[in-house]
Design a protein. Structure first.
Length: 130
């Protein structure tokens, strides 16, 4: 059975028609405060998104603003979010609404242990992985 994606009872097509003021009333208080008090960098990102949509540009929108709350007008857009070292691709879907961009671009990778490191003793290669 297909998963029904909805945000506060509204389908993605209904959300796409919402303006920012109506969407702000639907999100939780922490996200609402973040959107209302948006700083200069957040305003620049909003302007950049509108510019990309107006021109019909399909390449990812590169940004360092990890704390930006995902808006309904961003559904279907591609972002390249900086994780401190590189830009990671993030495709915005309806299930991501209300979250922040940085939640989908991890800053650390899982540690994968292999052979003993440089200057390790010969006996340390027989230690348990635990």
């Amino acid at each position: 059975m297909a998963e029904r994606v909805a945000f506060r009872g509204k389908t993605p097509t209904e959300l796409a028609t919402l303006n920012n003021a109506d969407y702000i009333k639907m999100v939780k208080s922490r996200q609402r405060r973040s959107i209302m008090r948006n700083g200069l960098e957040y305003k620049k990102l909003l302007a950049k998104v509108e510019r990309y949509k107006a021109k019909g540009i399909t390449k990812p929108i590169r940004t360092h603003v990890r704390e930006a709350v995902i808006m309904p007008s961003w559904i279907g857009l591609k972002f390249a979010v900086h994780n401190g070292r590189e830009f990671l691709p993030v495709n915005v879907t309806a299930a991501m609404l209300g979250h922040r961009l940085g939640e989908f671009a991890y800053t650390t990778k899982p540690v994968k242990h292999s052979a003993p490191g440089i200057r390790a003793t010969r006996g340390s290669k027989f230690l348990a992985v635990k």
